[in-house]
Write a protein that binds this ligand. Structure first.
Ligand code: SF4
Ligand code: SF4
Length: 130
């Protein structure tokens, strides 16, 4: 079995995601982010402590390194309270391959499990239909 993935200097979730506890909007770097780590790591909010993107959690990414969030600018995750797979990005990268083909495949697989797939760019959310 492959060793678990590590963030390894990635901070894309600290940039792309909205962090209500810090009043941080989506798409702008968290003021606590040094660019490669968190300056308040021991005191970071619970939402940051709990967060794991799909890149870390899902072996299905296999050797597809183009999905590492700091390489593609796309963070994917499933929130605890919502049966939705989100792909969060800063621009239209998600519409291009190889990401778009993978997103469509993921949406089909998620639909079989009753999970919807959404792409969020800023405040715009688009559902990926299968
Ligand atoms: S986006 Fe994923 S890999 Fe990158 S810092 Fe966040 S949890 Fe780690
Ligand atoms: S507090 Fe730290 S872990 Fe949380 S978003 Fe900011 S830099 Fe990232």
């Amino acid at each position: 079995m492959a060793p678990p993935r590590q963030c390894s200097g990635c901070t894309e979730c600290c940039r792309l995601l909205r962090i209500p506890q810090l009043a941080k909007p989506a798409g702008v770097p968290c003021p606590n982010c040094t660019g490669h780590s968190c300056s308040i790591y021991d005191n970071r909010p619970d939402i940051c402590r709990r967060f794991r993107c799909m890149w870390l959690l899902n072996d299905a990414f296999g050797e597809r390194d183009y999905w590492k969030p700091d390489a593609c600018g796309i963070v994917s995750y499933i929130p605890n309270a919502e049966p939705v797979l989100y792909f969060v990005c800063a621009d239209d990268r998600w519409t291009r391959d190889p990401w778009w083909t993978d997103i469509q495949m993921a949406a089909r697989q998620m639909a079989e499990r009753g999970i919807r797939t959404m792409v969020r760019v800023g405040e715009t959310v688009v559902e990926v239909t299968t």
